[in-house]
Design a binder for this molecule. Sequence first.
Ligand SMILES: Cc1ncc(COP(=O)(O)O)c(C=O)c1O
Length: 435
Amino acid sequence: MSVGSQTEPVALQCADDERYEFSRRAGLAQGQPIGNLMAQALQFPDLISLAAGFVDNATLPCEAAERCLQRLCADHSKLRRALQYDATAGNLELRKCIAEWSHRAQPEFAPEPERIILTSGSNQFLHLLAEAIINPGDIVLVAAPTYFVFLGTLKGIDAQVVGVRADQDGICIDALRERMEQIALAGDAPRLKAIYLVTDFDNPGGSTLSLSRRQELIEVVSRWRKQHGSLLLISDNAYHLLRYRGEPLPALSSFDAQAEEYIVELGTFSKCFSPGIRVGWGVVPSYLVERLLEMKSNVDFGSPHFNQVLMQEAITSGEVDRHLPTIRDAYECKLNAMLDALQASFGADSGVSWRRPSGGLYVWLTLPEHMDASESGSLWPAAVQRGVLYVPGHYCYPELGEGVARNTIRLSFGVQDPAGITDGIRRLADAIASQ
Ligand SMILES: Cc1ncc(COP(=O)(O)O)c(C=O)c1O
């Protein structure tokens, strides 16, 4: 769809064939194409979805949530406050809890509650931040592949998103340095506003930024800031707590005493507790707080307070910490089932390779170069016909920068049980063998 010039309103065709003049912003919003794809495919019965990035229904914390709700409902003065609006930044007690909780999990990271903004999921925070810092044409560097929902957000505000090569250890620092040098040489340094990464167990790549790359990344960004001025490093920690093996790595903020001037750390309870409660947050440099809150006050003047009080109860009562081992065990078992099934299905001569994450919900698969896993290639219908669904990897690349790898697939092991995962991989292998 053409959106015309920068100021031109967009005329879109309505379903009933009347013309309606939407805003230019609406014209830029293309929704998430994956949604359509899934809707089409879901018409097939007995489909095994290795596509949806949902957490497992079976491990949702029903009993823990019930206990928290009972305690909350038994204390009417607390309940009355929970049923009322609260501050735009969100419930202060929960912000203090998050600060302490983050500090306990990562001793070298001690965010002040005043720098924490609560949102309806971290997705809302990403949107708010993007709106606050990016003008049309501004540049954002992202690891390629990256979280496709945020790519949609950035596209919706007309950002110029440039992909930077990433591998099993996260974004490649040499490739990042090269991109940044190109931007500076082209005189575009003032337009480079942010670098975005899903730091642990990336969605979609399953990769985790290694310790040495964390250090190098901070050095690269610090040097840029000295030479060219402001640049934000956005560290999305959505999957940080879903680690199944190895030791946690320190938050990016712990590598630099000046970190709070340029690093934005995102968190969410969606993956580690409940996406239905949908409480997320951002820890931001203090100079951003007021403006972000002014913008948020124009949207909703605060995310649902009841959910925040519920999450505060879940943290202070230890329910979240007690729930974590349960989900980690369940997901580790599913991850192992997926890795075993891949190993059993694809021999060394198959030309198929995959990353082996230590956590999160995703495995990233690379097929032989000639294969096209997108819906316009022949693998997608072959897979749907065999009753298995995946996310075509090309959705996870921005148009600019690192080339789009159409021979890639995101597999999620969150939803299916181990038997479903094994069956799904068998069907996928059969589809791939048919190519
Ligand atoms: C990398 C990443 N960031 C952020 C989110 C948003 O999660 P929520 O808005 O539920 O906190 C997701 C959800 O899948 C994600 O994968």
